[in-house]
Design a protein around this ligand. Structure first.
Ligand SMILES: Cc1ncc(COP(=O)(O)O)c(C=O)c1O
Length: 457
């Protein structure tokens, strides 16, 4: 059969609150035209993020009931530890309340002034934790990874030639570790090839530098390798994931993505002395080493989720539903970043709304309109989020004006996705009517979370 179906039956549902266009007009105005300020209850389809928004399975909920809440040595910890070890092969497994806690602990230990951490592309919190520890965060994506219009299989790859040159220029002593983010969050989750991970490991090993993975979306990356990399089509995604981890010396993980839970994470590694120092830090802010920042029940749900995420029916449905959204939008002429990644579609707002100048925030205009027209919440990733000002107070725009539609795991069905397609295509048909926005209130940092806007006349 050609039809790819959702590989689950739905046993518990959460009603969507339907709203009228007139109601949404009131909601968005009240929120200062900022979708972060719209209460979730007023949103019809919430594509703000794929992080922590997944639906847990019956087995995960059963695990919640089985959770052992003992302070020390809980049964749930040992189940979690065994599952992470079986998957990653790492000797030391440290639970944290989410990915950024693992990052903070890791970079507090290996970072510091004079140190520099190369990555294919740092996620914001990873960069923030590297920099907060006094070190420098450097992105080394490939040229094709930087071009939104190039269609290539592994746009998440590390530029290994640039990495070699970088190590030669800074010297290995300044580089406490190299990191690869799988999938690479930029571009909606572009995958990294096994060859690229192997090549990066070879370079690191030659210079005595450990390789760590930012493994949030390891399963989606493994499935892309199965689909696209020669030699892997017959290999189970589980074995591909294991091979991927086998080249690394450690990993940080936000379980809110590919462990399909609402909260959780871990830090794992082979270096016993580094792990001991990490546990010492963990105790100060997260908790005892057998629960980290989590309850026993969370550890059960993560252990179960790490298994379920590697089910190939799930992965086929997951990757295909994002691709389906991308294909339909492209067929309707809607400009998106290509090819579709693993967890999100990015609309290219600058091409969508060429008549709105960047200092009137085309991405914000598009995100607001998708809410107005269809109750869809997306997020602007452009000059509202990353714009800066020069000395004369003029906007220095972001490199791209994008709107991200991130797809939560196992939450929406194909008809929800069809609805999203209908709204975006309809909005595209009326694009000339859209107007820009100005900011009327903003915080000095991370302004996108709280800024208030006004439509331009
Ligand atoms: C690639 C990547 N790394 C790290 C993180 C941080 O994880 P958390 O939100 O659990 O702190 C995220 C979260 O979105 C991410 O996408």
């Amino acid at each position: 059969m050609k039809t790819i179906i959702e590989p689950f039956k739905i046993k518990s549902v959460e009603p969507i609150r339907f709203t009228t266009a007139a109601e949404r007009e009131v909601f968005i105005k009240r929120a200062g035209y900022n979708l972060f300020l719209v209460p979730a209850e007023q949103v019809l389809i919430d594509l703000l993020t794929d992080s922590g928004t997944s639906a847990m399975s019956a087995e995960q909920w059963a695990g919640i009931m089985r959770g052992d809440e003992s302070y020390a040595g809980a049964r749930s910890y040992y189940r979690f530890e065994a599952k992470v070890r079986e998957l990653t092969g790492f000797a030391h497994v440290i639970p944290t309340h989410q990915g950024r806690a693992a990052e903070r602990i890791l970079f507090s230990l290996v970072g510091g002034p004079g140190k520099v951490v190369p990555n294919n592309a740092h996620f914001d919190t990873t960069r923030a934790n590297v920099e907060f520890a006094g070190a420098e965060a450097v992105d080394l994506p490939t040229a094709e990874g930087r071009d939104p219009d190039v269609v290539a299989d592994f746009k998440g790859n590390m530029d290994t030639a640039a990495l070699e040159a970088f190590i030669a220029s800074r010297g290995p002593a300044a580089i406490p570790l190299v990191m690869i983010t799988v999938t690479n969050n930029s571009g909606g989750g572009q995958p990294v090839s096994m060859k690229n991970i192997r090549d990066t490991k070879e370079i690191c090993a030659r210079h005595g530098i450990p390789l760590f993975l930012d493994a949030c979306r390891f399963a989606e990356n493994a499935y892309f390798i199965k689909l696209r990399e020669p030699g892997y089509s017959g290999v189970p995604a589980r074995d591909i994931a294991r091979e991927l981890f086998s080249y690394a010396d450690g990993a940080t993980m936000s379980a809110k993505k590919d462990a399909i839970v609402n909260m959780g994470g871990f830090l794992a590694m082979n270096d016993a002395s580094l792990a001991q120092r990490a546990r010492n830090l963990l105790i100060i802010t997260e908790g005892f080493p057998t629960y980290g920042g989590l309850a026993g029940r969370d550890l059960e749900a993560i252990a179960q989720g790490l298994d379920e995420v590697l089910d190939e029916h799930y992965l086929q449905y997951r990757i295909r539903s994002v691709e389906y959204l991308g294909e339909k939008l492209t067929a309707a002429g809607v400009p998106i970043m290509r090819p579709p990644g693993g967890h999100a579609i990015y609309l290219n707002a600058r091409a969508f709304l060429p008549h709105i100048p960047v200092d009137e925030y085309p991405g914000q205009a598009l995100a607001v309109e998708l809410f107005r027209m269809g109750g869809i919440r997306s997020v602007e990733i452009g000059s509202v989020m990353f714009g800066k000002y020069d000395a004369a107070g003029r906007l220095i725009p972001a490199r791209m004006e994008l709107v991200r539609l991130a797809i939560p795991r196992r939450v929406y069905t194909q008809s929800h996705i069809d609805y999203v397609i209908e709204v975006v295509v309809e909005c595209f048909g009326r694009r000339e009517e859209l107007r820009g926005y100005e900011i009327v209130e903003q915080a000095p940092v991370l302004r996108h979370f709280t800024a208030r806007f006004r439509p331009k006349p």
